[in-house]
Write a protein that binds this ligand. Structure first.
Ligand code: G4P
Length: 527
């Protein structure tokens, strides 16, 4: 049987929501799925107080409706389009994992709280999108509550991140007194109609301009005037500017009321990029219809509290994945039998019998797989570039509590480093046996010490270092300058990069004034 792999790839939209905690990501996810009719009652995905409950709800739904959900990706179909919404763990456990998810998506939705605008975690995630050339759609949420002025929110995008807003809808009525949105391309108003508790998709009434004027009066006129101002400021919609990352389509809504979400989904279907051939290590794009290949972007342990399982999540880059096929791990050259693995997984999560480029597969009990590994079928071998490291912001010296376990400690640290649980830095000054853990989020330290303890039987002591500012040192000669100044320290990462660490920007600034030629650069994804 032949399969139209390129056609299947074209149907896929694989994206993640980037946001700051509490902006409404879970609510939006639920609302998107609701619009796709994957879930009939809101509330099944949402439920922050009990994330475990959420997972089991999902698994339950998976059984009932045959949609494939893992904690890493929610897949649903709308019309002919297959939506893969990848989860960016972005709450208390903000970590390198959050960033890595962005290596597996083709686009992102930037979700902003109308009362808060751009917030720190959103900015960090946006930086990665920009660096990796990931197009961003913007959804301004919580319009049912008092918030900032829509023009102000748009200006913030231009001024703070140099991203031109191209409004597609515009709110009618100020935040907190929401009447609906203008559909700018049609010149009509989509009137907000309250439904009981937002439990079903909000009813939509489309009004033409005259009806809108009669219905919303001055608020309609104000919305037209304001949106015109923003459009006139270089905000005319242009799909190429969205795709090249210089501008972002902007939509307004209230996820909790399911309002404006359908428009977002429509735009994702219409505009968001499809999976493209992914370049391999030799920079040769792997055709979508080449034999199966995928790369592991996330490894998660302990998803099932009853077993110490390990699930590797891989994004399919080419070909067709079929449950049961044997693939090769390009890093080790070893075969990997997906059938055995998935049987161990049990009924619940094994509904994904086949997958195409853009999809995410969860390989259970995949203890041999590491973040960054490539899996492929057939010959010749293919390998995708390893996943980049990201600028760490937390540093800690790690020491075994019991020096008699130094060997296990070394082994454990190597293992954690190879899995990307933490980055490991070293320097001659501190000694080869004294690794410094570097992390994007402090949760990574907890995971690292827990695993050293449980898996390698080594209790560790972590001494946090007071550094908050990190740069890439591009001239080794300057290491002495930094260290002699006592304002910073230089540590080497296993990929050979020299990282210069400083207490804060002030310490770095002072040193740069004394040594204007200091060769340091900002670290972003991939450096
Ligand atoms: P997160 O995943 O980004 O952290 O956000 P989450 O969806 O959990 O939403 C955070 C809070 O914001 C929730 O309220 C949620 O109900 C609320 N929220 C999300 N979208 C909207 C919206 O469009 N309008 C309004 N007014 N609120 C919204 P909570 O009180 O923390 O939780 P809950 O008790 O409502 O579940």
């Amino acid at each position: 049987m032949t399969h139209d792999i390129a056609g299947e790839a074209r149907r896929r939209r694989t994206f993640a929501v980037i946001s700051h905690p509490d902006a409404g990501k879970s609510t939006l996810t639920e609302a998107l799925a609701l619009h796709a009719k994957a879930i009939t009652n809101a509330g099944a995905v949402h439920g922050k107080g009990d994330r475990r409950g959420v997972t089991s709800d999902w698994l339950e739904m998976e059984r009932e409706r045959g949609i494939s959900i893992t904690s890493a990706a929610l897949q649903f179909t709308i019309g002919d389009t297959v939506i893969n919404l990848l989860d960016t763990p972005g709450h208390a456990d903000f970590s390198e994992d959050t960033y890595r998810v962005l290596s597996a998506v083709d686009s992102a939705v930037m979700l902003l709280d109308a009362a808060k605008g751009l917030e720190p975690q959103t900015l960090k995630l946006f930086d990665v999108c920009r660096y990796r050339g990931i197009p961003v759609l913007t959804f301004i949420n919580k319009w049912d509550r008092p918030g900032l002025d829509p023009i102000e929110l748009c200006e913030e995008l231009t001024q703070r991140i140099n991203l031109t807003p191209m409004p597609l809808t515009w709110p009618v009525g100020i935040a907190g007194d929401f009447k609906g949105v203008v559909d700018l391309s049609a010149g009509t108003m989509i009137k907000y109609q309250r439904t009981a508790g937002g439990a079903t998709a909000a009813g939509e009434q489309h009004l033409d301009a005259a009806e809108a004027e009669a219905d919303a009066g001055q608020a309609w006129q104000d919305a037209l005037d304001e949106s015109e101002l923003v459009v006139a400021e270089d905000g005319e919609f242009d799909v190429d500017r969205y795709l090249d990352g210089s501008a972002t389509p902007v939509l307004f809504g209230a996820a909790v009321l399911n309002f404006g979400v359908k428009q977002l989904l429509d735009q994702l279907v219409e505009l968001a990029p499809r999976p493209e051939p992914r370049p391999d290590v030799n920079d040769q794009p792997r055709p979508l219809d080449a034999p199966f290949s995928a790369f592991v972007f996330k490894v998660q342990t302990g998803m099932d509290p009853a077993h110490r399982d390990q699930v590797a999540f891989a994004r399919v880059c080419s070909g067709r994945f079929e449950r049961g096929m044997t693939v090769t791990n390009a890093t080790t050259g070893r075969p990997f039998a997906t059938k055995y693995v998935q049987q161990v997984f049990g009924q619940q999560r094994s509904t994904m019998d086949e997958a195409y480029p853009g999809d995410v597969i969860g390989l259970v009990n995949a203890t041999a797989l590491r973040v960054g590994d490539t899996l492929y079928e057939g010959k010749p071998k293919v390998k995708f570039p390893g996943l980049p490291s990201f600028a760490p912001a937390h540093f800690a010296v790690a020491r075994p509590r019991d020096l008699g376990r130094a060997k296990q400690f070394r082994k454990g640290v190597d293992q954690l480093e190879s899995e990307g649980v933490v980055q490991v830095l070293r320097s001659d000054r501190r000694g080869e046996g004294v690794p410094i853990f570097a992390a994007v989020g402090p949760m990574q330290f907890e995971v690292a010490s827990h695993r050293l303890d449980v898996e390698f039987g080594v209790g560790v002591e972590l001494e946090r270092l007071p550094y908050r500012t990190v740069r890439l040192l591009t001239n080794r000669e300057h290491r002495k300058t930094i260290e002699a100044s006592r304002r910073g320290e230089v540590l080497t990462r296993s990929d050979g990069a020299d990282l210069a660490l400083f207490a804060d920007e002030i310490a770095l600034g002072t040193l740069q004034r004394q040594h204007p030629d200091l060769a340091v650069e900002h670290l972003v994804a991939g450096t």
